[in-house]
Design a protein around this ligand. Structure first.
Ligand SMILES: [Zn+2]
Length: 413
């Protein structure tokens, strides 16, 4: 445990809160838990994921994918770059170019790393004729997007240049937009409950002045009215803030706060009349759909950073990097412990073995104090081909079959 110099009696509460801040900072914990790291040779703002981080991330991604599937979404995959013309058409080039990487010339063409997934999804919608009964068409993708942030502002997983975004677009008739915004908020609330996240506040983000926002007051009025009505109908308190909207439309932003109280947007729902017009999207031959942009959990980097801080590394069992550790009491129980490990892995658990040559049983339990299930194999358990389950809070659960542990360590829908 780190100790903080200068801890006068009067400064106790300050010292404690400062300790909590530093203890739960995802940059410190993330490296300690083997979540991520960076290398100057790869570049700042380009973290890589270590095995524990990759495991947490996969668990969360699988959960969100399944939540979306149950919510009627169809998943697609699209490339992380596109021709410059695509972003001229979408409006990004005129309103968002400062945040984009410069174009790459290949042959006679220019390509850019995408600053968002929306244009690709608009083209997927447009790839075939759409009838009225196909709407709402809900498309989702976990895909890469890129931001040319300056080196000075980059750090950890929260300010990065390459983002894996949980994105989705609902193409619907105008009269369906409010219900789709509300359904997206339902998904967001379900995900937050499952992930153990509490929103700091809801923000209705509106246009600001200047060239960063599409100049069409009537369009902004219509889209703001939809979002405001849904928030009011759901009885949500929210703050309206000018200048925080997307360039094409207003957003409901669900804000989270880190241990230092710094706010960031995690989840968002947006109503957009602009891009359907730019891409000339139609249904039933002539009518124009509305595009509801939504992200249930935002960028995976920021989400995992927040989860590390919220849970202090003691992740819920379903997303823990290692869900079960098998602990033979002595070398004599090693073969039985290896058999328990094999059964854990076959049952779908992320599990590992900590053999007796790594220290006393107590020391190995302490070393694995964040692992939800600690499976102790002593002579009695070895004789019965089982294990005695100890939970990380110290409770003894007895001889629980590994299949039951695997069933418990799944997210709820
Ligand atoms: Zn979008």
């Amino acid at each position: 445990m780190p100790c903080f110099p200068g801890g006068r009696p009067g400064a106790r509460s300050f010292a404690l809160s400062r300790e909590r801040l530093i203890m739960n900072d995802h940059r410190r914990l993330g490296r300690e838990l083997g979540i991520f790291d960076t290398d100057p040779l790869i570049g700042s703002g380009l973290p890589y994921w270590l095995p524990a981080g990759a495991a947490v991330r996969k668990a969360v991604e699988d959960y969100v994918h399944e939540l979306e599937r149950r919510g009627g979404y169809l998943h697609v995959n699209s490339p992380v770059l596109g021709k410059r013309e695509l972003y001229e058409r979408s409006g990004h080039w005129a309103h968002y170019a400062d945040d984009m990487f410069p174009p790459m010339r290949v042959g006679g063409e220019e390509f850019v790393l995408r600053p968002s997934l929306c244009p690709h999804h608009a083209l997927i919608y447009r790839s075939r004729g759409r009838g009225r009964r196909e709407l709402p068409l809900r498309i989702a993708e976990l895909g890469g997007m890129y931001r040319s942030e300056l080196s000075g502002v980059l750090g950890g997983l929260t300010r990065v240049r390459a983002i894996q975004l949980n994105d989705g677009h609902v193409f619907c008739a105008p009269e369906q937009a409010a219900a789709e915004v509300s359904a997206a908020l339902d998904l967001i609330e379900a995900a937050h409950a499952q992930l153990g996240i509490s929103a700091a506040r809801h923000r209705l983000s509106l246009r600001g002045d200047g060239a960063k926002f599409v100049d069409d007051p009537g369009m902004w009025e219509r889209s703001e009215a939809v979002l405001r009505a849904v928030l009011k109908e759901r009885g949500r308190d929210f703050d309206e803030e000018r200048g925080e909207g997307a360039f094409y439309g207003p957003k409901i932003d669900i804000q989270i706060a880190d241990p230092a109280g710094r706010e960031a947007t995690l989840s968002t729902v947006q109503v957009d009349y602009f891009q359907p017009e730019r891409f000339d999207l139609r249904y039933a031959g002539g009518d124009r759909p509305v595009m509801v942009h939504r992200s249930v959990v935002g960028g995976i980097e920021r989400l995992v950073a927040h989860l590390v801080e919220v849970h202090g590394g003691a992740f819920p069992a379903w997303m823990a990097p290692v869900q079960a550790v098998v602990l033979p009491v002595s070398d004599a129980e090693l073969p039985a412990a290896e058999d328990v490990l094999r059964r854990c892995l076959a049952a779908g658990l992320r599990a590992e073995l900590a053999p007796a040559d790594r220290g006393s049983l107590g020391a190995r339990i302490r070393a694995h104090r964040l692992v939800p299930y600690q499976l102790v194999v002593g002579p009695r358990e070895a004789a019965g081909s089982g294990a005695s389950v100890r939970l990380r809070d110290g409770r003894q659960a007895g001889d629980v079959p590994v299949e039951r542990l695997a069933a418990e360590a799944r997210p709820l829908f």
